[in-house]
Write a protein that binds this ligand. Structure first.
Ligand SMILES: [Ca+2]
Length: 380
């Protein structure tokens, strides 16, 4: 019974919290955010969405290097996107190297072929251009320090949208634990709460026995456990608890041939819209066409952003998002079967369990439409 009470998370009726209309929110100032990204293919699409979205004001982009892409290339690719979308002023920072969070080190690299592909520009020529030279890439300040500085220098608390492992944030918390009070809310793509993980979707035999972890939580599990537990405890209300967009959510948005065809049509209609052209090129780059055909490619990071922005602008009801709460902890051991797995617990039986919220159900069509309309700049 306890399991049922706590594992079946308490349903928050999102309409209760998010009662404003979209038109009301759009008259308000853009919401200031920091984006922490590992610059995979879907991070590119997610950044295109955020950079083209007038509801948010990106104060900094930090590249996390324990994810899919190397530090320098991740910074340069983010720089290209900032320039293309008319935001060359946004500062971009990276970490020193690819090492994981020091107290709990693991060697859980993403597959090398993914990193090589991303580093080489996703088969999308604009990433091989020198447009990055016009971007505000800060190569001497580490990402963790930049997070601290950006939060310190802001007059208001900032929200963070994290699209990779939480290594940068964990390092920032070690340097300055006080910043947890300056973060309004953290949104995270990652984890698998009530569904299987996704390590086996890229057949690395070393990981094939781990059926529960999601890649971002597997890559640096100690960092994710530390950041989520700290921010959960620092949260001033249930509404500002760390907000996960796990595989439970993103599994609801398998990328379809019809969606890519719609994108292709728009890209043809607006040949000078560089954001659309990049979106189209990414969706046709390997392995996405195979992933669509085989049913395993999802809009992971873009979905996270299309949940985070409406949540921050009190318009989540328009996307029919159901928000649940769960008490969790993350396995940060080196156990190959469990590392990175989320356990849902009864907090009275597990003192390590802490509450988070997550999007359990979404209206996929509405999210996909907002993603395309925003990137195409035809948002109604
Ligand atoms: Ca990512």
């Amino acid at each position: 019974m306890f399991k049922k009470i706590f594992c079946c998370s308490l349903i928050f009726v999102s309409f209760f919290f998010f009662a404003c209309t979209k038109s009301n929110a759009q008259s308000l100032s853009p919401v200031p955010i920091i984006v922490d990204t590992d610059m995979g293919q879907d991070d590119v699409v997610a950044l295109l969405y955020l950079l083209n979205n007038s509801d948010v004001d990106i104060k900094a982009i930090t590249i996390v290097a324990t994810g899919e892409t190397s530090v320098t290339q991740g910074m340069d690719h983010a720089g290209v996107l900032c320039v293309v979308t008319g935001h060359p002023e946004i500062p971009i920072y990276g970490p020193k190297d690819r090492s994981t969070f020091v107290p709990y080190p693991v060697s859980h690299d993403f597959p090398k072929e993914w990193t090589d592909f991303n580093d080489n520009g996703y088969d999308t020529p604009i990433f091989s251009s020198d447009l990055y030279k016009k971007a505000n890439i800060q190569r001497t300040i580490l990402a963790s320090q930049a997070l601290i500085n950006t939060l310190d220098n802001s007059k208001t608390s900032l929200s963070i949208v994290a699209l990779g492992p939480l290594t940068n944030l964990a390092r920032a918390f070690v340097k300055d634990p006080g910043i947890s009070q300056k973060i309004k809310q953290l949104f995270v793509m990652g984890g698998a709460i009530k569904v299987p993980g996704n390590l086996e979707n890229k057949a690395d035999p070393h990981y094939k026995n781990n059926k529960r972890a999601e890649w971002n939580f597997f890559a640096d599990p100690g960092a994710n456990e530390m950041v989520l537990s700290v921010l959960s405890k620092a949260s001033k209300s249930e509404k500002t608890l760390p907000f996960l967009v796990p595989l439970d959510t993103t599994n609801q948005l398998p990328l379809s041939v019809a969606y890519v065809e719609k994108l292709d049509q728009l890209a043809k209609q607006y040949p000078k819209n560089r954001s659309l052209q990049i979106f189209k090129s990414i969706m046709h780059s390997d392995p996405i066409p195979r992933g669509i055909a085989q049913g395993w490619y999802y809009l992971w990071d873009p979905t996270t952003c299309v949940v985070a922005v409406p949540a921050l602008t009190n318009t989540l009801d328009a996307f029919q998002v159901q928000v649940n709460k769960a008490f969790i902890n993350i396995d940060y051991s080196n156990d190959p079967k469990l590392s990175g797995a989320i356990s849902v617990s009864n907090p009275s039986e597990n003192t390590r369990a802490y509450p988070v919220q997550y999007a359990s159900k979404v209206n996929a069509q509405k999210i996909e439409k907002d993603l395309l309309d925003t990137i195409a700049n035809i948002k109604s």
